[in-house]
Design a protein around this ligand. Structure first.
Ligand SMILES: CC(C)(COP(=O)(O)OP(=O)(O)OC[C@H]1O[C@@H](n2cnc3c(N)ncnc32)[C@H](O)[C@@H]1OP(=O)(O)O)[C@@H](O)C(=O)NCCC(=O)NCCS
Length: 164
């Protein structure tokens, strides 16, 4: 499949941005409305990395959000590409942007949780530097999920920390 062209987004205001993010999150198909509403709250809006349709720069076609959970740790909260544009590298691109954003803000470790059968999401996360470490159970009868870690500054082969 040919690579989709996507560009940075432009919004008139935060209201338009929140609407566009809600729309792309609805493409996920598995996120409750209450979580969607929380993810576009005023303090969370700036945590998003977004790619838009070049013909309409307020139409989000791929999105990811990372959130600070500890002074050194950020968590990947939402990753989604519009189904029409999947398999063309956008999820990988937007997650790389989101990771860079967190690292620029001081993240030393990124975490994610991904259900074991979500092969597309696992492929994207692995390409971006995340490694599955453990599996855990959400609840009885549910699919298990991987916890993934992306460690930006592991110790060197001698166990020394050389990060500047
Ligand atoms: C996960 C998601 C964001 C990926 O978006 P995308 O734009 O299609 O991502 P990319 O095109 O960059 O990469 C998709 C990867 O999945 C891989 N893939 C697709 N189908 C696959 C399959 N059946 N088995 C293994 N890998 C598969 C592709 O090969 C590709 O990896 P590659 O480039 O190394 O070949 C998208 O599938 C999505 O929105 N899913 C629904 C929401 C979701 O599950 N989000 C994650 C919550 S943790």
């Amino acid at each position: 499949m040919s690579k989709a062209v996507a560009v940075g987004c432009r919004f008139k205001n935060n209201k338009q941005k929140a609407r566009a993010i809600k729309k792309i999150m609805e493409c996920h198909g598995d996120v409750p409305q209450s979580e969607i509403n929380k993810a576009v709250g005023p303090k969370k809006l700036r945590n998003w990395s977004l790619l838009c349709d070049p013909k309409d720069r307020s139409r989000v076609i791929s999105a990811a959000r990372t959130e600070k959970v500890l002074w050194y740790q950020w968590d990947l909260k939402n990753l989604v590409t519009n189904p029409k544009y999947r398999g063309q590298g956008l999820g990988t691109k937007v997650l790389a942007q989101s990771t860079k954003r967190a690292v620029d803000k001081g993240a030393l470790v990124l975490t994610a949780d991904i259900t074991v059968d979500n092969v597309e999401s696992l492929a994207v996360a692995k390409k971006t530097g995340f490694k599955p470490t453990f599996k855990f159970c959400w609840g009885k009868g549910k699919k298990s999920a991987y916890i993934l870690h992306h460690v930006l500054y592991p110790p060197n082969i001698k166990g020394e920390c050389t990060r500047p």
